[in-house]
Design a protein around this ligand. Structure first.
Ligand SMILES: Cc1cc2nc3c(=O)[nH]c(=O)nc-3n(C[C@H](O)[C@H](O)[C@H](O)COP(=O)(O)OP(=O)(O)OC[C@H]3O[C@@H](n4cnc5c(N)ncnc54)[C@H](O)[C@@H]3O)c2cc1C
Length: 491
């Protein structure tokens, strides 16, 4: 079944998910003004799947059921599927200018599918069957699922079992006939409240002494013992203001991250995908991270498209669009953005089938993609801020632009004075100029900067994690042989 955005939002109302924000339990989180833009953003992943124009990108045929499914619930069957995934993510970035939150689950599906197959091959376990059955549920219900990898990690210099508090990494505290009981937390979870289910994966490769930390499973987000503490974003309380509009920058959409706590949560056997096979933790992490590093070659590019458009509009509204350095800066922004897209498409085109049959991206190219993503959006935002001018951070509030309080000697209101002094070229009204500057603020410094900047840096692993993979995958030995052959070294 393909849900619509409205059906998705209604389905959330049935959840008993426990959410805390500003120190209080949030009763109706679906309609909360800070949370709702992130829900509306996810809803776009549902609505676009019903648009005939995007059906080829947004839907796929399930290898498990033969049914049409939302591509966010799909196990990639070819390099064509991998490329379409990136194109779909670019499309969603363009339509929302935010993190639309559904990629982590899709990337988890594909990593857990192939890893469980290989665990079963070695240990004769039944994790792959468990996972396939779970995937059929996911596809039939069109669920968004949170891909939960990152543990709080405590002291980064210590292994999971050496931490002063064992809950700093997710771990098994009890093994029962019918399942396991887990404790711990997952930090920075994207779309966690908006996801009816979670897939938990280990956060790093594990050693034998950390076997209880090598755990992967699925759970409903409102299972007994699970609760979430909402992450705040820059400028988030603007969404609480009466009649919030101009100051939001992005009228409709936003992202979401939160801490998810697991306090003695029971996981039945049929939802367990790893429970102690520590030698496969690294494989699951590497595969998930590979897919997620590919993802950023799509979603961040789509958001970048909006920012480049906003910068071009700001130049026009400032009357500076004909200046050669402005034109050149816009060219540079496009060049950087398309370079990221090239990387996303390249690692997809060079994908290959796993032993389980789904397609994996080229790991080296996906890591190069993400390494570039840790840099280029920062250059793109710098150029956008340059073109926008200082007003994007110094302009008065929406309330001033609407104020009828008199401040001028001739009876001018605050609104009239703002309108007069912040006008730009005749191509736009003052309000239009303010709107585009607020959008740039939102994407460079406000709530969307969480997704466009810091998520570009740390999401899918901090830059050093990619450099380690580039070192491993870069095959220096073969490159040395090439050099020897060319210059005549024979030993
Ligand atoms: C907006 C956003 C959304 C996210 N969404 C998700 C999500 O949906 N699901 C999910 O699972 N995760 C998510 N993440 C988490 C993301 O994967 C982590 O932020 C990332 O892996 C880095 O971990 P950290 O934040 O704990 O930083 P740290 O691990 O504390 O890293 C900080 C710095 O310390 C360095 N460092 C850390 N440990 C060591 C060490 N042992 N030796 C040397 N250097 C070290 C790092 O390289 C980095 O430079 C998200 C993050 C962000 C910012």
């Amino acid at each position: 079944m393909l849900m619509t955005g409205a059906q998705y939002i209604e389905s959330l109302r049935k959840m008993k998910t426990r959410v805390y924000m500003f120190g209080e339990l949030v009763e109706n989180w679906v309609d909360h003004p800070i949370i709702r833009p992130s829900i509306d953003c996810v809803a776009m992943t549902y609505d676009l799947a019903h648009d005939p124009e995007y059906a080829d990108l947004m839907t796929a045929t399930s290898n498990l059921t033969g049914e049409t499914v939302n591509r966010f619930c799909h196990l990639h069957q070819s390099t064509d599927d991998l490329r379409k995934k990136v194109k779909m993510q670019r499309l969603l970035g363009q339509k929302t200018a935010s993190c639309f939150q559904r990629c982590v689950g899709m990337d988890a599906f594909n990593a857990v599918f192939s890893t469980t197959y290989e665990i079963d091959q070695k240990y004769g376990t039944a994790y792959h069957e468990n996972f396939k059955n779970f995937m059929i549920e996911v596809q039939n219900n069109d669920w968004i699922v949170d891909g939960a990898m990152t543990d709080p990690k405590g002291d980064r210099g210590l292994a999971p079992s050496a931490q002063r508090d064992p809950d700093l990494f997710m771990h098994i505290v009890e093994r029962r006939e019918d399942g396991i009981v887990v404790c711990g937390a997952k930090a920075h979870q994207t779309g966690t409240i908006n996801s009816p289910w979670h897939i938990i994966m280990p956060t790093q490769a594990m050693r034998e002494e950390d076997a209880d930390y090598a755990v992967s499973f699925a759970t409903p987000s409102d299972a007994d013992g699970i609760y979430m503490i909402y992450g705040r974003q820059s400028c988030d309380t603007r969404k609480l203001e009466e009649g919030a509009d101009l100051d939001l920058g992005n009228q409709k959409f936003g992202g979401q991250e939160a801490l998810v706590v697991f306090d003695h949560v029971f996981i039945p056997n049929k939802y367990i995908f790893m429970a102690g096979e520590f030698d496969f933790a690294g494989m699951m992490v590497e595969r998930f991270a590979g897919y997620h590093r590919q993802s950023y070659g799509g979603c961040k590019v789509g958001v970048g498209d909006v920012l480049i458009g906003a910068a071009a509009l700001a130049a026009e509204y400032n009357g500076a669009q004909k200046a050669s350095h402005i034109k050149d800066k816009l060219i540079e922004m496009i060049h950087l953005n398309e370079t990221l897209y090239c990387c996303g498409i390249a690692c997809s085109a060079e994908g290959y089938p796993t032993a389980a049959g789904n397609y994996q991206i080229d790991l080296l190219l996906a890591n190069v993609c993400k390494q570039n993503v840790t840099r280029f959006p920062y250059d793109i935002t710098r150029l956008a801020e340059d073109i926008a001018g200082g007003l994007m951070v110094t302009m008065p509030s929406q309330a001033d632009f609407k104020s009828d309080v008199v401040c001028g000697k001739n009876g001018e209101t605050v609104a009239e004075i703002c309108d007069k002094f912040f006008s730009g070229s005749p191509a736009c009204t003052t309000e239009e100029r303010m709107r585009v500057l607020r959008l740039i603020e939102n994407m460079c410094l406000g709530s969307a900067a969480v997704g466009y900047r810091t998520e570009s840096l740390h999401g899918a692993g901090s830059p050093q994690a990619q450099r380690i993979m580039i070192q491993r995958q870069g095959n220096l030995a073969a490159k040395k042989e090439l050099a020897k052959a060319i210059c005549g070294i024979t030993k």
